[in-house]
Design a protein around this ligand. Sequence first.
Ligand code: RB5
Length: 151
Amino acid sequence: MKKISLASDHGGYEQKEAVKNFLLTEGYEVKDFGVYSEESQDYSDFIYPAAKAVADKEVDCGIILCGTGIGASITANKVRGIRCALVTSVEVAQLTREHNDSNVLALAGRTTDLDTNLAIVKTWLDTEFSHDERHERRIDKISKIEDKENR
Ligand code: RB5
């Protein structure tokens, strides 16, 4: 069974709760890093620990939300080993798993409707990395950039 970290700011809170219910209904284990209300909060405080849990292999992957998904995805991509994709369509959800082996999914809680986001979540979780040589090579090059930048 897949274990998933989940986090949002206030802009993603309402849809985070819906995504959480969906995941639990589908039988996933969820580690919820907040937020727990619609009170205004800084997304980095909640997204960072959820992304770190993926990098530290406490969970298999992560799903994060803010109003646009942009602040959340920028934050998650600061964590070494995280390949976070901000996704607004089902087609891209499939492509980012097949091509980028994304391990964190960022969603826009205010600018993408809930039905679309739930379909994105389902496709993203159900799609495997292609393991094509060219995609492996490109991901490897990203890791090398991380190594260079973190020296
Ligand atoms: C919060 O108002 C909003 O800025 C945040 O949810 C997100 O969209 C930032 O990228």
